[in-house]
Design a protein around this ligand. Structure first.
Ligand code: F1P
Length: 287
């Protein structure tokens, strides 16, 4: 059970290290107005990159899922992320646009690449699993490194995340809400998706301060609130008042996502599910 997913999760520090050694050419230059587009996991990585890039002062950066790309809005570049390079909505968008485009993928020369002006192929991060873990994090790491420079400390944190305890209370929780701020909101959405895909868990995800505007209503003992990155002031008290368990981490938020990957496998196994065979999912959605 779970051989591919478990192996791919565990390989993240090594694969990330390899990614950081790459000379990546072709990413948008500072000042370009950029749309970043993906579907599913790739959309959430796009969201994180968009916030990082714009907040670093590199220029306007918006993230969309492919079908919601706003027709008529002007960008200097469209960056698409697709592990498979075969997702129909991504192919359609690339085929329709006249804006210069880049595809970040694990599989070079595929049907999406045929419509893109350039591609960055992270083939060493490709996966056998349906459920994405290391391709998504590696793509985001490459994008993040183009903004932040040296991310060696993030790799070290990912190593720590592979041996950190996965608590029984997280495995047993009947509901988990994920929160983030800024670029970690994309990680929160990805974490929630990961648990749904791998372990059919009930999860929700929000920008952290949205938690007070309704989502807190379902918090109670036996449920978990998991925060990626900074915990906004007052939030810990709000969660404590409900009896729910608050999970935070000193690790880099991307390393915290690696710990979440391990929780996804543990929850699947506890429910007798095989995360290598997620229900109703396929590696790529081809309409
Ligand atoms: C995107 C995606 C995955 C999801 C699912 C199907 O694929 O939606 O995020 O986990 O299993 O595919 P891609 O465009 O990145 O190949």
């Amino acid at each position: 059970m779970t051989q591919n997913t478990t192996r791919e999760i565990a390989s993240q520090p090594e694969v990330w290290r390899r990614a950081l050694d790459l000379e990546v050419a072709g990413l948008p230059a500072p000042g370009e107005r950029v749309a970043v587009v993906g579907c599913g996991t790739s959309w959430f990585m796009a969201q994180s990159y968009a916030v990082l890039r714009e907040r670093a002062g590199h220029g306007l950066t918006d993230a969309f899922t492919a079908t919601e790309f706003p027709a008529g809005r002007d960008y200097d570049r469209i960056v698409t992320i697709s592990r498979s390079g075969t997702t129909t909505e991504i192919i359609d968008l690339l085929a329709a646009t006249t804006t210069p485009s880049l595809l970040i993928t694990a599989v070079g020369g595929g049907p999406a690449a045929a419509h893109a002006d350039a591609e960055i192929v992270l083939d060493f991060a490709d996966e056998e699993s349906v459920v994405q873990t290391r391709f998504a994090t590696t793509a985001l790491l490459v994008l993040r490194a183009s903004i932040e420079g040296d991310l060696g400390a993030v790799v070290a944190d990912a190593e720590a995340a592979l041996t950190a305890p996965v608590k029984d209370s997280w495995v047993a929780a009947d509901q988990i809400t994920f929160l983030g701020t800024g670029w970690t909101i994309g990680l929160a959405h990805e974490a929630a998706l990961k648990l749904r895909e791998s372990s059919q868990s009930w999860t929700e995800s929000y920008p952290a301060m949205e938690y007070r505007h309704g989502p807190v209503a379902i918090a109670q003992p036996g449920r978990v609130v998991w925060v990626f990155g900074e915990v906004p002031s007052g939030l810990a008290d709000d969660v404590a008042a409900t009896g729910a368990e608050l999970v935070t981490s000193d690790l880099d938020p991307m390393a915290h996502l690696v710990l979440l990957h391990r929780l996804a496998v543990a929850r699947a196994e506890a429910r007798g599910l095989d995360p290598d065979r997620p229900r109703s999912l396929s590696r790529s959605v081809i309409l």
